[in-house]
Structures are given as C-alpha cells and as structure tokens.
Design a protein around this ligand. Sequence first.
Ligand SMILES: NC(=O)c1ccc[n+]([C@@H]2O[C@H](COP(=O)([O-])OP(=O)(O)OC[C@H]3O[C@@H](n4cnc5c(N)ncnc54)[C@H](OP(=O)(O)O)[C@@H]3O)[C@@H](O)[C@H]2O)c1
Length: 335
Amino acid sequence: MDAYEVQLASYPDGGIEAKNFRVEPVAVPELRDGQVKVRLRRLGLNAGLANRIGGPDTTHGPGINPGDVPGSDGVMEILESRSQSFEPGDLAVGKTQWRSIDVTDAPQLRRIPASEADVPLETHLTVLGHVGFTAYTGLRRFGDLRAEDIVYVSGAAGGVGSCAVQFAKAVGATVIGSAGTAEKVRLLRELGVDAAINHHDGPALDLLRQAAPDGIDLFYDNVGGEQLEAALEALRFRGRIVICGAASQYGKGSDRQGPANYQRMIFGQLTMRGFDVSSNEDLRQDYEAAVASWLSEGKVRSLHTLNTGFSQTPEAFASLLSGGNQGRMIVDCDS
Ligand SMILES: NC(=O)c1ccc[n+]([C@@H]2O[C@H](COP(=O)([O-])OP(=O)(O)OC[C@H]3O[C@@H](n4cnc5c(N)ncnc54)[C@H](OP(=O)(O)O)[C@@H]3O)[C@@H](O)[C@H]2O)c1
C-alpha cells in the first residue's frame, strides 16, 4: 500500500489556498518496540493550524514552514503492532501527521472500545473528539456554564462551535449562535438554538442585541474581532467570556484587531479567560460520561462535512478557512 503525506509547499500570499500544499509519496519508517503502524481512516482539520502557517511570527505553537507536514487528529486503523496495547485491526483516535500511512508511538493513541464499535467514525472527531472536549472544557471549567445562562457562541456552526451550542442546550441554557451563511443558520436552528445570527447580515452588535435583547451571561468565542467587541457590550453584570479561538484574526500578523471596548470589563465586572484544552486532561472522564449520556438521550449528534480522499486534504483545509464547513471539516481517507 503506497503512503502519501501533505506538506506545506509555500507560504500563503494573502489567504491560505489549496495550492500552498502538495501531496507527496512518502516512505513509511520501520516499526520499533512500542510503536504501531497505522492507516488513516478519517482526518479532522483544525482552523487553528492557520495561525502557525505564514513564517516565524506565530502565536499558536511552532511555525509550519514549507516542507513541514501539518498535524491534527484522526481515526486510525492499526496495521501492525509492536505494542501490547494494540492489535492489527483495532481502531484508535489520536494526534496524527497528515500522512495516509504512518508509524506512531502507541501511547499517543486511544483505542476505540468495542462498546463504541457502532459509533460512526466521524463522531470520534466531533462530539466524542478533540473539538468536543474543547467545547466541554471551555464551557464547564472556564465558562462555569449554568442552566439559567444566556450563552452566545461565535463560529457556532463550526467544529468546536457546533459542539458548544449542543452541549449548552443539553444542560438547559438559552443559546444564541452566529455563523456565516443562511444554510449554517438553518443548521443551527435544527440543532435547537434559541436564536441564530448570520454575521454577514449587519454590524455584529446590532444583530446580537436583536437576538438577545436582555443581554448575555456567557460568550464562548471561536472567532474574536468584531464578535468579541459586540459580546463585551452585550454581557450582563459579572458576565463571562471564554476565549477558545480567534479565527477571524488568524494569519493577520500585525493587522490583528483587539477589542477597543475592553474597559467594559471594569464596571461590568466581567471576566475573560483563555484556555488551552491540552492542559485539562483531568476533565476527560466527566466529559466522556456527559457526552455518552447526551448521545444516548439524542440530545447531541455529530455535525461534520465529509471530503472524499486523502488527496483532498489541501482543498478541505482551504475551504474550512473560508467557512465552507458545516460542523467539523473531516477527510474520509478510505477511498
Ligand atoms: N483553546 C483551545 O484549546 C482550542 C482547541 C481547538 C480549537 N480551538 C479554536 O476553536 C476555534 C474553532 O476551531 P474549529 O477547528 O472548530 O474551526 P471552525 O469553527 O470549524 O472553522 C472556523 C470558522 O470560523 C469562522 N470565521 C472565520 N473568519 C470569521 C470572521 N471574520 N467572522 C466570523 N466568523 C469567522 C468561519 O465560520 P463562518 O462561516 O460561520 O463565518 C469558519 O468556518 C478556532 O479559533 C480554533 O483555533 C481552540
């Protein structure tokens, strides 16, 4: 079986496009003790990667430079194993480079238990995956989510956002979501949000005031920029902001826009907390139990856009950055 990888080919000149990547054949390394050889079945794409591409001025971890292979999370099938934890044929979830076949250290992967054999593979990259854990951690630990809250989620139809709106609804909160197309707004309504905003329909604050005339208690921000400024105005006394991401600002370098109205935090006694999900593993058991029960009660579901074929990864990633996804952007690498 031939193996391929996706490399960054060039720095973007403006927005990131598919042509900034190339798909190349690659030799699979020899397996060592403690390692497994895996075939990528589903690859989840993350908007945050964009902030690491574009030269050395990055704020999101090590830069991704031409020749480098980006990484995200995926569902993998074990082809060969020199680890006691896995046997050929097992399915696992974990971090992966953008390679169709690879060798990886077994502890990097989490085996999908037999009890989840009927769960569609994509679900392990959405509500049960990295983006789901991110949404849960942000809302629960950093947002102190309560049933009586009015919650506003930006980027609500995206990977993290679609999990955040569903989790907030599942605990009984009133939820408003914003997204960038009429189709996504319809999707948010299907997910049960109490109000949905198309952020292209006017100034962010006007739209938010119409959707939440009494204000909001919690803002879960995936986008930053104008959305963050609007939320700062709309937050009620002692309101909370969770900074999960700032997709509208990625790749803008020194043109990044911060909230001019941050002084609202003083007399509003607001809190704003950023978080990195990777430092919150102690919450994983709570998260898995909560989502398993919401899934079985039909309160949450996987929302994703599937792209067919590993070689489509560059197009899928560029599309994600221009809002072409509904839910998590996922590449089906089986064909
Ligand atoms: N803190 C953590 O540990 C952590 C972990 C994972 C992800 N994240 C962050 O979570 C956020 C969501 O990640 P994701 O991978 O699920 O991506 P995503 O939300 O699926 O995709 C990004 C979305 O941002 C929206 N967007 C882009 N520019 C915008 C603008 N100018 N105004 C309004 N919306 C804009 C687009 O949706 P529309 O079409 O709706 O505009 C786009 O689809 C990212 O910021 C990412 O960095 C943080």
